[in-house]
Design a protein. Structure first.
Length: 202
């Protein structure tokens, strides 16, 4: 059972990364394997970092033989995905959007169908576009046929749409607690829905 964390921030060790780390550690407490991907590092190695829909259906030829191909293989094997992004003009970062745009081949092969997803966002102010960013992440996942882990029915809820943090994250104890809850919830739902996923090699 694998939970993959996507750090969509341009900063490897920034506010978004801190939230993602807490969520992945909490998921790991339930016995699942966790891995983190620093999206910017993967994308900046590409000659063509933006999807141009050069083929339909997508063949993945623009990233064939690159590290991104290996990351997508791992993504296609995941049981759960934690997507994390800072707020940029009320939505997800360009790095994460560019990464996800290139998952067209995974969609065509239904590799993310019934994979469990959770969303995390950090912003510069308390009401700085975090929820609109979470909704953008949800849309990206829903179009892949993923299952979104939402709120719970007790005081340990991760938040209606996911985790929202005000920077600096290290001072936002409430958000850090919510990140841990979301990580566990994604792991729990992934464990409960394993029979829905049939991952086959690319």
């Amino acid at each position: 059972m694998i939970i993959l964390g996507l750090n969509g921030s341009p900063h490897r060790q920034g506010n978004t990364a801190a939230l993602l780390k807490v969520a992945l550690e909490a998921a790991g407490e339930l016995g699942v394997q966790t891995e983190e991907v620093f999206v910017q590092e993967i994308m900046e190695k590409l000659d063509r970092p933006f999807c141009t829909a050069c083929s339909s259906p997508c063949t993945g030829k623009c990233y064939r033989g690159t590290e991104l191909e290996q990351v997508f293989k791992r993504l296609g094997e995941a049981d759960g995905v934690l997507m994390a992004s800072p707020v940029y003009f009320g939505t997800a970062s360009a790095q994460l959007k560019s990464f996800w745009d290139k998952t067209r081949r995974l969609r065509g092969e239904k590799r993310l169908l019934n994979v469990v997803g959770g969303a995390i966002s950090s912003g510069g102010s308390r009401f700085g576009g975090q929820e609109t960013t979470l909704r953008a992440l949800h849309s990206m996942m829903l179009i892949q046929g993923m299952l979104i882990a939402g709120d719970c029915y007790d005081e340990k809820a991760p938040g209606h749409h996911g985790v929202c943090s005000q920077q600096p994250t290290e001072d936002d104890s409430y958000a850090l607690k919510r990140a841990a809850v979301l990580g566990k919830r994604v792991a729990q739902v992934s464990l409960a829905t394993g029979s829905l996923r049939q991952n086959t090699p690319l």
